[in-house]
Design a binder for this molecule. Structure first.
Ligand code: PLP
Length: 506
């Protein structure tokens, strides 16, 4: 092994050029050890030939298990201690935990670490469905906050410090505040303001920052949750940075989170056989950000802003930008998310997404009723951006099918004018955990008003539940889900994915 002098990257105390975990995997391969250990494919030898030929030998050679020298993610003592310390410094946290089941496991870990059964947690209605997993597991009681709604774009933005304060004043005994920032669409909350309010009440702020792992590395991006003073947050590094799918990080700082409890929960939730290729990809993605993050992101932001500007010249297309800043719930914006609003073209976002894929070979990240969203990251090229602009321009020129807002169209005309009322948060009749685990039965969905829902029903994407276990099914919710179904939205969560029936508490 070559031992070299530590290198100081400006702005960092630790040697951020190192990738200690990736290195031990390379050293293991170099050592030529004869593997009598898992995984069963034994560094590719036993792997299906077609798959092996496609992915290549190298990735299979480092698909190892945590044997001697390769440390233990659940109880790190060697290179994984260093790799996570480097990540903590790089992302501005006191301590960082690598996750190998996405921010989904991060949400579960955060809630299980901060909450006991029956504790009340303040959280926004546009929380990702994995937050519901955290509620079901912890047995906590949700006190929902309605984020600011943008009727014209048909989307929820964020909660404001005022909304958080009002909720804390209205409800005693809140154990912690949980917020989502940025939203899937890149709208960021005033996290410093919200942290201030939560801390005034002596409780921690947890942030689902799944979509903001890049924030820390560029001044043109919103302030990161750690910089804003949050106590704990999660980052889906795989979504916006260069690590592999399923990887994420959980960051923590300060005294409000009990570290011993967090570590115990982490050990409970993570696999004892983590995929080490995934773990190493976190190590290298961190180094990439420390060394090249600002430069790579400058380029990404420039391409995204230029694309937004070009898209906005196409008749019938709108991509929101700086003009939204300062509106309720829009504290700051992530320019790398380009939301393409297509309702003026007479398409749903789902239709636009499908047209772009089928006719112009461009695949967007998500679609909803009015929008489809193009994600720009350090991997997006100028050529790719050109293809997107071309596809959208051609789509806008095409002859429309039936306008979605026409009498025979799928959407209610009131939605176009922003006068359609989204369903109100339904009354909570049982704890999510109680309803999820209760004896249940199936009833016809259209006749389920008044019953207690026992499953999470989430139009996907964007993955935000409309109704969750323990909530009363209201006529408004039935009408709204029916409308989404007619518009072609896929429902995640229900046992009957066609939603002809729904599982309710018996
Ligand atoms: C806001 C938010 N939180 C959490 C998650 C879950 O993240 P992951 O896919 O990394 O498990 C998502 C996924 O889209 C999300 O949008």
């Amino acid at each position: 092994m070559i031992v070299r002098e530590p290198v100081n990257v400006p702005g960092y105390r630790l040697d951020q050029t190192r990738t200690p975990y990736f290195q031990v995997l390379l050293d293991y391969v170099d050592s030529g050890v004869i593997p009598f250990h898992t995984p069963g494919h034994k560094q590719g030898v036993g792997m299906d030939r077609a798959f092996r030929d496609f992915v290549g030998d190298n990735v299979l050679a480092i698909d190892l298990t945590q044997i001697r020298g390769l440390d233990d993610l659940l109880q790190p003592e060697g290179p994984l201690v260093e790799a996570q310390e480097l990540a903590a410094e790089c992302f501005g946290a006191e301590q960082t935990f690598f996750l190998i089941n996405g921010s989904t496991s991060g949400n579960q870990c955060m809630m299980m670490a901060a909450l006991n059964p029956g504790d009340r947690i303040l959280l926004p209605r546009n929380s990702h469905k994995s937050a519901m997993g955290g509620l079901i597991m912890s047995g906590a009681f949700p006190v929902w906050m309605q984020p600011e709604v943008d009727e014209a774009l048909h989307m929820d933005h964020t909660v404001t410090p005022e909304i958080v304060r009002a909720a804390l004043e209205a409800h005693a005994d809140i154990a912690c505040v949980y917020v989502v920032s940025p939203t899937y669409y890149g709208v960021a909350a005033d996290l410093a303001g919200i942290a201030g309010v939560a801390h005034e009440y002596g409780i921690p702020l947890l942030v689902d920052e799944a979509w903001g792992p890049h924030f820390h590395f560029h001044p043109a991006l919103p302030q990161s949750a750690m910089q804003a003073g949050a106590d704990m947050c999660i980052n889906s590094t795989h979504k916006m940075l260069g690590s592999l799918s399923q990887t994420a990080m959980l960051h923590v700082q300060g005294e409000r989170i009990k570290l011993d409890r967090l570590k115990a929960v982490y050990k409970l939730f993570l696999s004892t056989s983590p995929n080490l290729v995934l773990v190493a990809s976190l190590d290298v993605a961190r180094r990439q950000m420390a060394l090249e993050g600002p430069a790579l992101l400058s380029r990404t932001i420039e391409i995204a802003n230029d694309t937004r500007r070009r898209l906005n010249t196409i008749p019938g297309i709108y991509c929101f930008g700086d003009e939204l800043e300062g509106r309720p719930g829009v504290f700051d914006l992530d320019p790398t998310k380009v939301t393409i609003t297509v309702k003026e073209l007479g398409y749903t976002g789902y239709e636009a997404e499908e047209i772009l894929r089928r006719r112009y070979n461009v695949q967007c990240e998500l679609a909803d009723l009015f929008n489809t969203l193009a994600l720009f990251t350090i991997g997006t090229t100028v050529d790719a951006a050109d293809e997107l602009v071309y596809g959208v321009r051609e789509m806008a020129r095409e002859d429309r099918p039936v306008d979605i807002f026409s009498p025979s169209g799928v959407l209610d005309r009131r939605m176009k004018t922003g006068t359609y009322q989204l369903p109100k948060i339904p009354p909570i009749r049982l704890l999510p955990r109680e309803a999820f685990l209760a004896p249940t039965e199936f009833v016809p969905f259209k006749k389920s008003a008044g019953r207690i829902c026992a499953e999470v029903i989430t139009p996907y994407p964007p993955g935000i539940p409309v109704i969750s276990p323990g909530e009363e099914i209201t006529p408004e919710i039935i009408a709204y889900l029916d409308l989404e179904k007619k518009a072609g939205v896929k429902m995640q969560g229900p046992y009957d994915s066609d939603l002809k029936t729904i599982r309710v508490v018996s």
